[in-house]
Design a protein around this ligand. Structure first.
Ligand SMILES: *Cc1c(COP(=O)(O)O)cnc(C)c1O
Length: 378
């Protein structure tokens, strides 16, 4: 058993390490239809839209559940069953999940897939849009958390707009740390959740949706609980959520947004993660690990490490050793080739990364490997 009071350093793709004060913000009960909670909901929605420069253009519609619930809700609400078709840009598991959702909810779609270490090419997107006039929407993932690759959102958005189509972006793993300006980026919807770079706790996702698109989306949704048009209409009318809201999660998010402001906003948070990422990558390289992405493609969110080929390297032993010391890695690979991932985000700082690197170094040494042993032969 781990000591529940011990601070856990979660170096994962989420949920993440949160501050004590964010956790303390949950130590109250709220009447879900009380004036205090109505006010909190309105405040959080406005703050989320403002973070992305969408106050005048976009509406924040929150939805109960993990991030995938918000993705599924936004796709079902915005891509019409009749006459809608999405082109999904795939270079990892989260984009593949988007294609799977579209298939399950019966939305026409096609896929443009590139390798997991390769961003989509804007000219190829333009070609595909020109070749298929049925496509109404392009769906892209901002930072593909599978590998940590930063997809070229500005180029994608410009290409989609030039082709006269609508863009839906899953910015789950970057929202709050990667710059995103809806005043400059032509984008119908951005989807994210509380428990990644916003450093809240899991339980709520949200979409920032262009007002006109949301107004036009009545009746599209495939599921009552995932109907963002209905959720929005009800919230506008009553200030309340349609169904039981995750009150504690919203209170924690409200506090987490205070802490984002106190830190200096999105740019400052992104800079802290960038330092974490730089220190992590340098330390891993020094130990002889091979990184999946080059520096030019790496978002400061999560680092994918190629599984060392030496038979003495035992990832499970590494995982357990770090876990016993309060450092939690993600126990499974999602890339197509063997790898593991180490996150840079959440309420963690350079000193935490240094500590994790020290533990990784000890674990590797305990396997009888040194820096030379980790380097691929030849
Ligand atoms: C985390 C994440 C999601 C949502 O995952 P959940 O486990 O449902 O919270 C979706 N897309 C991306 C890119 C993510 O990183």
């Amino acid at each position: 058993m781990t000591d529940p009071a011990m601070r856990q350093i979660l170096l994962t793709p989420g949920p993440l390490t949160t501050s004590d004060t964010v956790k303390q913000a949950m130590l109250a009960d709220w009447g879900s239809r009380s004036p205090a909670f109505i006010e909190m909901t309105a405040r959080v929605r406005a703050r989320l839209a403002a973070l992305a420069g969408g106050t005048d253009s976009h509406v924040c519609v929150p939805v109960q559940g993990s991030g995938t619930f918000a993705v599924e809700a936004a796709l079902g609400t915005l891509v019409p069953r009749d006459g809608g078709k999405a082109l999904v840009l795939v270079n990892g598991a989260y984009c593949r999940r988007i294609a799977r959702i579209l298939a399950l909810i019966g939305r026409a779609h096609s896929v443009y897939e590139t390798a997991e270490d390769t961003p989509p090419d804007a000219d190829e997107i333009a070609r595909r849009l020109a070749a298929d006039p049925a496509i109404t929407h392009v769906v892209a993932v901002h930072c593909e958390t599978t590998s940590g690759i930063l997809n070229p959102l500005a180029d994608i958005a410009a290409t989609v707009a030039a082709g006269g189509r609508r863009l839906i972006v899953d910015s789950m793993s970057g929202f709050g740390a990667l710059p995103l300006d809806l005043a400059a980026l032509p984008c119908e919807a951005v989807i994210a959740s509380a428990n990644k770079c916003l450093e809240g706790v899991p339980g709520v996702g949200f979409a920032l949706i262009e007002k006109a698109a949301l107004e036009a989306a009545a009746g599209n949704a495939h599921a009552l609980s995932l109907d963002l048009h209905d959720q929005w209409q009800y919230m506008e009318r009553t200030g309340q959520w349609r169904f039981t809201p995750p009150c504690h999660v919203i209170a924690a998010l409200d506090r987490a947004l205070d802490e984002l402001d106190e830190e200096g906003g999105v740019a400052a948070r992104g800079a802290r993660y960038q330092r974490n990422c730089d220190v992590l990558r340098a330390g891993l390289r020094e130990m002889g690990f091979k990184l999946f992405l080059g520096d030019n493609l790496q978002a400061p969110i999560i680092v994918t490490v190629r599984m060392p080929g030496d038979a003495r390297f035992d990832f499970d032993a590494l995982y357990r050793r770090l876990f016993e010391r309060g450092v939690v890695l993600y126990p499974g690979a999602v890339t197509q080739e063997p790898s593991f991932r180490i996150g840079c985000i959440g309420r963690i700082f350079e000193a935490d990364i240094e500590r994790a690197l020290g533990e990784i170094g000890s674990a590797v040494a305990a396997m009888g490997l040194n820096a030379a042993g980790l380097k691929p032969a030849g």
